[in-house]
Structures are given as C-alpha cells and as structure tokens.
Design a protein around this ligand. Structure first.
Ligand SMILES: *Cc1c(COP(=O)(O)O)cnc(C)c1O
Length: 447
C-alpha cells in the first residue's frame, strides 16, 4: 500500500512560518513553567493544535515533520479517521461505567483481538489497564500469583516505566530514578545482548552469560518472571543478537519462570511484525502492550496463557479506568486499520527507506557508529569519530538542529547518544525523505 491512502485533514507539508519555537509557543511555555511541575520536561517547546499523517501543526502555524509519533503511540496516525469515528460514536453512547461494575462489549472485543493477534495458538486471557507501567506492574503481580515466587529479573538498559515497581525494573538512574527511591525489592538485573558493544559475543553466549547471572545471583526457584523488551526502547533501540531471546524463553520454560515480553514500544506493527517477538518465533507467556494500541488514547494490556492469567483471585486485578470504553473503541479501530491497510508491510517499507538513507549517512560520517532497528523503529548510535565512545553531545546538537528546521526527532540510550526514529505509519515517503534530508544537513553542518 502507499501512505497516500490515509485521508488527511492536515496539509502534508513541512512549513516554517516563524522561528521554532514561535512567539505563541514561547508565551505558552511561560505559562507552562508557571503552572506545570518542573519535573514534567519538554523535548520541543512548540505547542500542538492539530496533527495527522506525518505532520504536527503548532500554535504559530508551523507544520513539523513527525518522526516521533508521540513516542511510538500514533502508529496509525494522529486523529486517524477510523479512530475518530469509533471514539465519536462511543463518546456519545456512554463514557464510563467501570468494567468491574457493569461490563461492556468493547473491552471483551479488545481482549479477543489481543488473544488472537499475540504470538502463540494456546488459550489466552487479557486484562486491560491505562498505561504501560501499570500493565508491566500487573504482569509481575500475575506472574508472582501464578508461581508463588517473588523475584523478578530485568536487563541492563531496560525501561519499564515510572511507577515504584517499574522504576526498580528500569536501569537508568537519571532522569527516571534519581532521588525517587527506595525502590521495590526483589528486582534483579541481568546483562543484555548488545551487539554493537558486545565485541563478538553472539546471542547464545550472551544468553548463557545472563542465565549464569540469574542462576548464581537469584536462583531459578525464587524467580517469578523474566521481563524483557524484545527490542529495547528508551535504552537505545538495542536489538539483541539472534538466538538471545529464544534461549532465554527456553530457559524460562524449563525452569517454571514466566517469560514476559514488554512490547509496550515494539508492539502493533511498529517493528514490521505485529509484535517484535514474532521475528524469532518467540512465544512469551505474557505479553505487555500499550503505546501503539489505541491511536493515542490511553490503554494498555497484559495478554497471556490462560492458566497463568486465571491464577489470580477474583478482584485481584483491575482499576477504575482500565479498559475505558473510549480507549477500547479506539483500540478496535486501530487494530482494524493495521490489518485492513497492511500497516505491517508499511512498517517494512519505511524500514527499507530509512536503512538505505541512514546507511549512506554512516558511510559518509564516521560519527555514526551503528544504524539499527526494524520497521519504523530505527536508530543511529553516535560515537566519537572512528571509536566506540558514546557521543551524546552530537545527538543533542543534531536533534536541536532538526527541531529548529521543523523535524521532530527524539534521542535515547543509557548514554543519551542515540537518535531514534519512530515515524507514524501514516507518513508519506516524501515527508520521510525530507525529514532525513534535514538530518543529513544537520550532520554536515555539525561536522
Ligand atoms: C513507554 C514504555 C513503558 C511505560 O509506558 P507508560 O505508558 O509511559 O507508563 C514501559 N515499557 C516500555 C518498553 C516502554 O517503552
């Protein structure tokens, strides 16, 4: 398919009518500083008024190219017409009853869709929540309840959220954890497979290294769950070497440990598969989803083996808003759009385009240490010229230059030296190329 089949109410053109940020955004930033807690930071201080396709329009009338999707959320585009229609119909019917008080069909239909779409043909159940962090927390509750074990293993560079338990599972101190402890106990960290920095350690050897740490420092019989992002998000778009994930999943199965895939960032066509686990045929016991699930409405889920999901006592899972009817309507429209419009393939086409452009950049610039990722989840790791030393200053400067030119890009990585690209799948090839042109110029100007 071509991205032109997306209906657009927003002009699909980069347009700068003021400097970035413009005067009205600057005014609003002053109000933000006066009203909003300082801890809630801003990547790009322009205030949005409309968005769709591959464009975000700001209060000053600037049209910015969106290579971030609000952090991998608006996979089907902002205000995708199908999502708007479904939510509009639902908002007029009813907005909330609480699924635990009087249930409604939308929640059940989302659960059925997730049970059908997630890897593995075993019997499954789903529970819905509001945020990625909340769903990760619930996956741990479920795994502990099923195994009657307490320990949880997460990995180097992991990101699982900002609540107390998920802060403990997240690796990076600043800004996610600093000053916010004490953290939840019984969370242990294992080494990841990180091909760019692993000096030839292959996936099987990296898995053996992680399993050795787990067996020696935790003990399989104490371990409820291993929680891992199949491709790490905030940690730097790190894709473990082939063989790493299957070996870990096999070890978990052999030891009665629940294998949890945190696909909050990688799920829903983002990586050129419906779920990133599928690439190596890994079938997680539990899979955690959020971000791309509902076209921008807050929704998250835990889906998994029926016997694990059903081990929790009645009333043990839930929440006032979990599986809100508007979010469920949005999720059903989002899932239908991904399937009907062939968006998994669209993500693969975006991958081909981006890898070609970024590989050419790498060949011309020895500060690009590695180009990696899959689908519409692509990154470049920046280093000091010709070395492996992280270069966060360059990542920051390139991002700032792109922002000034009306291109939204994000950085990530434990060292802050990774530029990451998460375009909506509704972006056109032309806009994508133009965004990459702006980046090429930024790299050259910062030479
Ligand atoms: C964003 C993210 C989370 C947390 O999701 P929130 O909705 O922000 O709570 C958890 N895991 C991964 C892999 C993420 O990318």
């Amino acid at each position: 398919m071509s991205a032109t089949t997306f209906e657009q109410s927003v002009d699909q053109e980069r347009l700068l009518v003021t400097r970035i940020p413009g005067p009205r955004s600057i005014e609003l930033m002053t109000r933000k500083t006066g009203a909003v807690a300082a801890g809630v930071a801003t990547t790009l201080p322009v205030f949005a008024v409309r968005a769709g396709g591959g464009i975000v329009v700001d209060v000053d009338g600037n049209h910015l190219i969106d290579l971030g999707s609000g952090i991998a959320v608006t996979t089907v585009g902002n205000s995708s017409p199908r999502v708007v229609e479904a939510v509009t119909e639902q908002v007029a019917a009813f907005t909330h009853t609480c699924f635990m008080v009087t249930p409604y069909e939308g929640y059940v239909a989302v659960a059925e869709a997730l049970n059908r779409l997630t890897p593995g043909s075993h019997r499954k159940r789903t529970a819905l929540f509001n945020s990625g962090a909340e769903a990760v927390e619930n996956s741990v509750k479920i795994a502990r309840s099923y195994t009657d074990r307490r320990a949880v293993v997460a990995f180097d560079h992991a990101y699982h959220g900002r609540t107390n338990l998920t802060m403990a599972m997240t690796a990076k101190n600043m800004p996610y954890k600093h000053g916010f402890g004490p953290f939840a106990s019984e969370v242990y960290r294992a080494p990841l497979s990180y091909p760019f920095r692993d000096h030839g350690v292959d996936g099987h050897a990296a898995a053996a290294r992680a399993i050795d740490v787990i067996e020696k420092q935790v003990g399989a019989s104490n371990l409820a769950a291993v929680v891992i992002e199949p491709i790490q998000g905030e940690g730097g778009f790190i894709e473990p070497a082939l063989g790493f994930l299957p070996a870990l999943a096999d070890w978990c199965r052999a030891n009665g440990v629940v294998f949890v895939a945190d696909e909050v960032q990688t799920g829903f066509a983002r990586t050129g598969d419906m779920f990133a686990c599928e690439r190596e045929g890994v079938v997680p016991d539990l899979i955690v989803t959020a971000k791309g699930i509902a076209g921008g409405l807050p929704l998250s889920a835990v889906t998994g083996r029926a016997e694990i999901m059903d081990a929790t006592h009645a009333g043990g899972l839930g929440g006032t808003y979990g599986g809100n009817p508007l979010a469920c309507a949005a999720a059903l429209a989002t899932i239908a759009q991904i399937e009907d419009d062939g968006l998994v393939q669209r993500a693969r086409d975006i991958e081909a385009l981006m890898l070609e452009r970024l590989t050419a950049l790498q060949a011309a610039d020895n500060r690009v240490g590695e180009v990696r990722g899959r689908g519409a989840m692509i990154a470049v790791e920046l280093v000091e010229p010709g070395s492996n030393t992280p270069n966060p200053e360059l990542a920051k400067s390139v991002a700032a230059a792109a922002h000034e030119q009306g291109v939204i890009v994000l950085t990530c990585g434990t060292h802050g030296n990774v530029l990451r690209f998460l375009p909506p799948l509704s972006i056109s090839d032309d806009l994508l190329n133009e965004g990459l042109d702006v980046l090429d110029v930024a790299f050259r100007n910062l030479g």
